[in-house]
Structure formats: C-alpha cells, structure tokens
Design a protein around this ligand. Structure first.
Ligand code: FAD
Length: 480
C-alpha cells in the first residue's frame, strides 16, 4: 500500500494534524497508526483492581487514539491569554517552546494557539476559563515567590477533567472516521524504511493478527509522544537522524492537603513554580498540579511504572497533587539521558516491589524509611491505593534529592505548609523525551520527507502545544 501520508502515533499532535488536513481538503489517502486501541476500547482497570495491572501489550492510559491525552487531566493551558512575562513574550510550557520561539512571531503564535483552542471548544471543551478572576491576589503571590527566588507563572486553564477528555477525543475520533481518515489500531511501527537519506515508508507489526507488513509513503510524520521516546531514540541512532542531547526530567509526585494549596487552587487552579535552588542551580519546577484528585500509575516501555496524577470532574479527594521535576541536562561525554532516567525508574520500581513507592517528607528529614503503619496514622492519606511505603532516597540521586528538598523549602515560604512532614512523595515521576530531534522550520528531520511533532522528539510538553504542532504540521504539508 502506498499512502500520501503516514503518521506514527495517534496522540493529540497526530489527531489535530488529521483534523486540519480535513479542513484543507487534503485528507484523502492519510494513514494514522497506533499500537493502542480506539478511545471507546480504552479502559484502565486500576480503579476497580486497586492497583496497576500493567495491561498487555500496551498501557491503556498512554496508548491508543488521543495518546496520553485520553486519560490526561485535560488541562488545556491557554498560554495566549496569559499575562506576559517581563520581556512581553507568551510563556510556552515546560521546555519554553524553543522551536516555536525561534521561527514564529508573537502574533503568529497567538493565532495558532487561538485557532487550536477553538477546535477544542468546537468538540465540547468548557468555554469557562479558570485562573482569570483573582488577578490582584495572583500578583501578590507572584511577588512573594519572586522575593524567594521563585517564578510563579500564571495563565488561564480550560479544564476538561479525565472523563470529559475521554468523551471529547471520542468525538474527534468519530469526526476523523466520518472524513475517511484511515486508522490502524493495535499496530506497532517497528522500523522506518529509509533509502538514500529519504523516507520510503514504515515496517509494522499487527499485534492481534501477528503479521508484519511494509507500508509505503514519501511523507512520514513521527508523533510518538513520551511513550515512544525510547523507540524514537533507537530509530535516530540506527538511521543517523540528527539529534542534540536532550534532557530528562526526574522527580517525584507530591501529595498534600487541599487546605494547604487553597489559595493557589482557588486563584490559579494550577500554579507553576519554577526555581533554581541552592547549591546546584538546576531548573526545578512544579508541573501538572491537580486539586481534589488522585495519584495514579502508568506503565511505560520495559514495564517501567511511573507515577502521575488523575483528576475527575465528578469524583474528588481531599488532596492536591503535583509533580516536582528536576531537569537533568548532561554534558560531555555522557549522552544517554533516557537510559539514565530508565535506570533511576528501574531501581525505584525494584525497591518498591514493582509498584510506585511512597514516603513521608518527615521521614526523609529524619533519615528513615516510611512503613505501612506510618501511612495509616498519617494526616495526609495516600490516594494511590497500590503505592508501597519505602525509602525513595535509595533510588534518587543525591543531587536530584537535594534539589527537590531545597525547592520544597523555598515554596514553603510562599505557600505555608508546603513542607509539612506529613506530605507525601511518590516516585518515580519521570518525563522522557527522546534526544531532541533537530528540525528545520517545516518540522522536517535530517531525513527527507520524515517529520517529527508533539512530545516525543522534545518539541512540546503538553496537550495544547502538542495539538498546535499538529495543526501547524498540516498547514506546512498543504503548502508543499
Ligand atoms: C496521566 C496524564 C495526565 C496528563 N495531564 C495533562 C494535562 O492536564 N495537561 C497537559 O497539557 N498535558 C497533560 N499530559 C500530557 C499530555 O497528555 C501530552 O503532552 C500529550 O498527550 C502529548 O501528545 P503527543 O501527540 O505528542 O503524544 P501522545 O499523546 O503521547 O501519543 C503518542 C501515541 O503514539 C503511540 N506510539 C508510540 N510509539 C509507537 C510506535 N512505535 N508504533 C505505534 N504507535 C506508537 C502511542 O501508543 C501513543 O498513543 C498528561 C499525561 C498523562 C499521561
């Protein structure tokens, strides 16, 4: 079979690419491939079973139509509506939107973000924005943060919630089907077919039928998300696709009472603290803050279990959770950030008997592990049922741990109670990006006809920017 375009992955970046091609009448012979299932067939058994069952062959939380978006918290960051930072630029998420900053003006970014946001609204996103009503209070918090060497970034958020995200992406899936986008589910892309530095197609394995096949196209878009970061790194090495050493974000999921986070939750919904704590000056940030929610687990390549957060529109807990992530940027001669992160995750998984490990902050200060008994008597009740009490300091490096503990102390000066001993740390929380793929202005890699979008190649770090990258990819392809 020869297609006009093959897209590897069906996360938000790929889905928005297909949507935009339909708008431009250029979606006749397009194929999307994903190793996971369609939205209606994706189901995470953890809630019923009480622990992660490590679904085979692929985790239902991260794989399938709409990728990691389907079970995400569904917080759409309205960056374009944010108050600008001091140089007047739009904040563009965790990695700062390096590519977009380089090639797009503020006006172009504004248009792209507004357009993409409107697609979400068209498919049922909540028109109400959170984080827009308490501007003066937010300013005061930002000033307090600034005095304590922290940056507190604020922008409005459109919150879907996990159930709504599922429904919304289900509607988009229907729309793509109605417009004859070809979708192959439960199909792994094993390899790229490249000849004379030019893409020719992909080699796939149909999981259910146990059949291998070659599918041809002169244009292939890689949209494999963080789930595919490790596979993508392998591809880059095997086919000499140009990359620069990327970073890996390693840290923990932090759980504390809503009461402590009340102001941030009320005024901003999600507060993004960014600091460079003493003594290393590494970038440490909070990410994916969820009020009244549940800590969750998800399974990645090689069976690695990582922690995350889930929020439901209708089911609430008394706790807030957020990630505290330390950016690890390695220097010569080490160039394997993904392997480093995988080793950290593997050690922590082993120490936790293949489950997520949880420890009280107070126990870390006292130099002791946490026991199940301690959790029973703890004022903060863990919301991840299958988490195993233990000692994270055996698995996280000294530098990472020091960064996290100092950062917690710094934030405590802005949010009283942030460093309470009963607060819980879960690990490992790791955000893998493949080594950053070097792209030209048209998202093309060093291989002719091979493009990369979304989180996998290190271009974006969230739903909104991943979706924007898909829309923009479609616009670029239509011009060719
Ligand atoms: C629990 C959770 C909560 C989140 N909450 C938020 C949030 O509130 N707000 C926010 O902005 N972001 C959130 N995120 C992150 C967000 O989901 C991602 O940024 C976004 O989904 C990235 O989109 P993507 O298209 O780049 O890739 P993904 O969504 O990761 O999709 C990649 C797809 O590629 C497929 N794939 C990978 N390799 C292959 C292969 N070799 N062959 C076939 N298929 C392959 C995978 O199965 C997957 O379906 C959350 C993520 C998780 C896991």
């Amino acid at each position: 079979m020869k297609y006009d375009l093959i897209v590897i992955g069906m996360g938000p970046s790929a889905v928005f690419l297909a949507y935009e091609l339909i708008q431009k009448n250029k979606a006749k012979n397009v194929l999307l491939i994903d190793q996971g299932k369609s939205v209606e067939n994706r189901y995470c058994p953890m809630e019923k079973a009480g622990k992660c069952l490590k679904c085979k062959p692929y985790c239902n939380i991260t794989c399938g139509f709409s990728g990691a978006g389907a079970f995400s918290d569904g917080k759409l960051n309205s960056y374009h509506l944010s108050s600008r930072d001091k140089d007047g630029k739009i904040y563009l998420g965790g990695n700062g939107g390096g590519y977009f900053r380089e090639y797009y003006s503020e006006d172009e970014l504004n248009e792209l973000l507004t357009y993409t946001d409107n697609i979400y609204l068209k498919f049922g996103a909540d028109p109400k924005l959170k984080g827009t009503e308490h501007i003066e209070e937010i300013k005061k918090l930002q000033e307090k943060a600034f005095k304590n060497n922290l940056n507190l970034v604020s922008f409005p958020i459109r919150h879907l919630g996990t159930e709504k995200a599922h429904i919304l992406y289900g509607e988009i899936e229907k729309y793509l089907k109605e417009h004859n986008i070809n979708m192959m589910f439960e199909t792994e892309v094993k390899d790229l077919i490249i000849k004379n530095n030019t893409i020719k197609g992909v080699k796939v394995h149909h999981i259910k039928e146990n059949i291998d096949e070659e599918l041809l196209s002169d244009k292939v878009v890689i949209a494999v998300g963080r789930k595919g970061a490790s596979w993508l790194s392998e591809m880059c090495e095997k086919h000499n696709i140009a990359t620069k050493i990327g970073s890996v974000d390693i840290g923990i999921r932090y759980e504390l009472p809503n009461k402590v986070m009340a102001k941030i939750n009320e005024y901003m919904y999600e507060g993004k603290f960014i600091g460079r704590p003493y003594p290393y000056g590494d970038k440490v940030r909070t990410f994916c803050q969820n009020p009244s929610v549940f800590v969750s687990a998800e399974v990645y390549d090689n069976g690695l279990t990582l922690v995350n957060g889930h929020s439901y529109k209708d089911r609430k807990s008394e706790n807030t959770n957020l990630a505290i992530l330390v950016s690890h940027n390695f220097t010569y001669p080490f160039d394997k950030p993904i392997e480093y992160g995988e080793n950290v995750a593997q050690n922590l998984n082993r120490l936790g008997g293949n489950a997520i490990m949880v420890q009280r902050l107070g126990d870390i200060y006292r130099g002791r592990r946490t026991w199940e008994e301690d959790l029973k008597n703890n004022s903060v009740r863990p919301t991840l049922k299958g988490a195993v009490a233990g000692d994270l300091t055996y698995g996280l490096g000294y530098r990472t741990m020091t960064d996290i503990l100092q950062f917690i102390k710094d934030v405590d000066k802005v949010v009283e109670g942030f460093a309470n001993p009963d607060n819980l740390l879960y690990g490992p929380e790791i955000k893998f990006y493949s080594n950053e793929i070097i792209l030209d202005k048209d998202f093309m890699t060093s291989i002719k006809g091979l493009y990369s979008i979304g989180d996998g190649g290190g271009l974006t770090t969230g739903l909104m920017m991943a979706s924007c990258s898909g829309v923009q990819m479609a616009r670029i392809l239509c011009k060719k």
